[in-house]
Design a protein around this ligand. Structure first.
Ligand SMILES: Cc1cc2nc3c(=O)[nH]c(=O)nc-3n(C[C@H](O)[C@H](O)[C@H](O)COP(=O)(O)OP(=O)(O)OC[C@H]3O[C@@H](n4cnc5c(N)ncnc54)[C@H](O)[C@@H]3O)c2cc1C
Length: 552
């Protein structure tokens, strides 16, 4: 407990009357921190801190990289901007030596400010000064970590850009004829494209995403020899399992073939996820979850695919031939976009034909007339998002109404946008263009007529399938490839053993499945997150059972 005498020695409180200091000493928290421990994390609820002893450094993550942006010594405060303006912490505060800080929650702070208004006046002054200092940081352009040179309509270049965006790596993209090229590219201009130059000079020609990830310092391999649980897939289900697993002391590894976030990472706005009253973009949700999982100690490997599971040796097989021993496995591999096989779709993939869309794809639609195929919520959200960038957005829908497949609130929002049109009972049955999509054929299903119309891009949202052919036969699936768990495994006569399977356990003991890849009618972010966290609870039960009985 911080004594009134100690409180009186702090500059902010030096003029506070003794009776208020008495009151304060009863409510203020006395927080001891070891080196590396956080007093507050980015995004934390507002509170006021005063350093009593030690030293605290201020850090902020920019483009996934932590930057130290300041420090606080004894007598100095932090949290003045959150407490004065009622916003969450915009940076993190970490002890760099054994430290002691006072923490005052918002309510007692406001009681103090009501009794001694000078405290608020002084704190508001400090908050204003601090914002002045932060202006310099805001004006500083984000550090560009890579320059890509590539043609606009080259699929490899598009894939590279999406990969970097989804991994929150800031880059500049230049076309080979850009006048800026000579100034931005070290050495002779690249001939084979796409080419990438990292900050610091390393150049990669037509690189794989893994080569880029390695060069840019993303984790692409396991750091430990074995794990308590290996999670296949870094979508909402996998990241939730990672957060719960790591926070409960398990040694956790997530293997993600592309970028963390999964399908949710490609959603421009998720409006129905609890706790985000105005919605949250998929990439923001993914970024927050990733930070949380890493902070709690989970390892997250990107650009690696799990190509098999050895159910007997209990190991996960990675592309490249590595085998990773683990006590348990969580399959959170989600689903993949269903592809269209109509004329031109494969040839123009990445050149005006895209499956799904994320916020960072806005540039692909900028000022254009684009077409979206699909009638579900994902198509509706994308239409709403692209309407702010494209000249026109046309939703091409096979059915005779949107009501059957899209949420009412979304249909209402689409109606409110003047540049969104809906073509019902229609199908895109061909896309045309030499280097990129320039036109499409739309079939009117009622009359059977086909009309050709100009198009600046086609985004496809026609549903998704579980791609589980890589799983061993021992892991039972339904006729569509979704993984059976719990009671469904028993019903399919695929369970053996002297105990019942846990709710999310597959037909192989100790291997669990959660999220969209699981055979279940619910395909939602909240369900995936819930199941990811539940899988960890079952893993604990399973490990206890094995320890007690000596049997899986
Ligand atoms: C555009 C769009 C908008 C959406 N909007 C909403 C919404 O508003 N509200 C809502 O509740 N839901 C929404 N959804 C659905 C929601 O995103 C999914 O239900 C959720 O993402 C499922 O999470 P998951 O972790 O099970 O799977 P996924 O998100 O599919 O993630 C699976 C991950 O596993 C990886 N993976 C797959 N196989 C392997 C392998 N062999 N090795 C390594 N990694 C692998 C994939 O790359 C992927 O990152 C939307 C979906 C889309 C596509």
């Amino acid at each position: 407990m911080i004594t009134p005498t100690e409180l009186a020695s702090l500059p902010l409180l030096s003029n506070v009357p003794p009776e208020e200091l008495e009151r304060l000493s009863l409510v203020a928290a006395d927080v001891s921190l070891g080196p590396g421990e956080y007093a507050a994390n980015e995004g934390d609820e507002r509170a006021l801190f005063i350093v009593i002893a030690g030293k605290i450094e201020v850090t902020k993550r920019v483009d996934g990289i932590e930057r130290v942006i300041g420090a606080r010594a004894p007598g100095q405060v932090f949290g003045e901007i959150p407490i004065v303006f009622g916003v969450p912490f915009q940076g993190a505060f970490r002890a760099i030596e054994p430290s002691r800080v006072l923490r005052l929650e918002a309510r007692p702070f406001h009681a103090l400010a009501a009794a001694v208004p000078e405290v608020l006046t002084e704190l508001a002054r400090q908050a204003r000064d601090r914002i002045g200092g932060l202006q310099g940081l805001a004006a500083k352009p984000a550090e560009v970590r890579a320059v890509i040179v590539g043609h606009r309509w080259d699929k490899a270049g598009h894939d590279l850009r999406r990969f970097l965006e989804r991994n929150q790596i800031t880059f500049d993209w230049l076309s080979p004829d850009s006048p800026e090229l000579s100034a931005r590219w070290n050495g002779p201009p690249p001939v084979e494209l796409p080419a990438l130059q990292c900050q610091g000079g390393a150049t990669l020609i037509q690189p794989t995403t893994r080569a880029v990830a390695q060069r840019l310092g993303l984790q692409t391999g396991a750091l430990q020899a074995d794990y308590d649980t290996v999670i296949v897939g870094g979508g909402p289900a996998g990241l939730a399992a990672a957060v719960y697993g790591a926070s409960e002391g398990l040694r956790v590894l997530v293997i993600e073939s592309e970028a963390p976030g999964g399908q949710a990472g490609t959603s421009s706005r998720i409006e129905n996820y609890l706790g985000f009253p105005t919605g949250v973009s998929g990439d923001e949700l993914a970024q927050r979850a990733l930070l949380q999982a890493r902070r709690l100690g989970a390892e997250i490997v990107v650009t690696r695919s799990v190509v098999g599971i050895d159910p007997v040796a209990r190991a996960v097989l990675l592309d490249g031939g590595e085998s990773l021993p683990t006590k348990t496995i969580v399959i959170a591999a989600g689903v993949s976009w269903r592809r269209l096989s109509s004329e031109g779709f494969d040839r123009l993939l990445g050149k005006g034909v895209y499956y799904g869309a994320s916020r960072t794809d806005a540039g692909l639609a900028q000022g254009r007339d684009v077409h979206l195929i699909g009638a579900g919520n994902s198509a509706g959200q994308a239409a709403k998002f692209f309407a702010n960038h494209a000249r026109t957005v046309t939703l091409v829908v096979r059915g005779d109404s949107l009501e059957k497949s899209m949420s009412h609130y979304l249909i209402e929002q689409l109606r409110g946008k003047s540049n969104i049109a809906v073509a019902l009972q229609s199908e895109v049955n061909a896309v045309h263009g030499d280097t990129s999509v320039t036109a499409i054929d739309i079939l009117d299903r009622t009359s059977g007529t086909v009309r050709r119309t100009d198009s600046g891009g086609v985004f496809v949202f026609i549903g998704a399938d579980a791609e589980t052919a890589w799983l061993p036969e021992a892991i039972a699936r339904d006729t569509h490839g979704y993984v059976l768990t719990g009671e469904a495994v028993v019903r399919a006569n695929r369970w053996s053993g002297d105990r019942d399977p846990y709710l999310l356990e597959t037909s192989v003991h100790g291997i669990f499945a959660c999220g969209d890849v699981r055979s279940s009618p619910v395909k939602r972010v909240a369900a995936a997150v819930g199941e990811g966290s539940m899988a960890i609870a079952f893993i604990h039960q399973y490990l206890q059972h094995v320890a007690a009985s000596g049997r899986a």
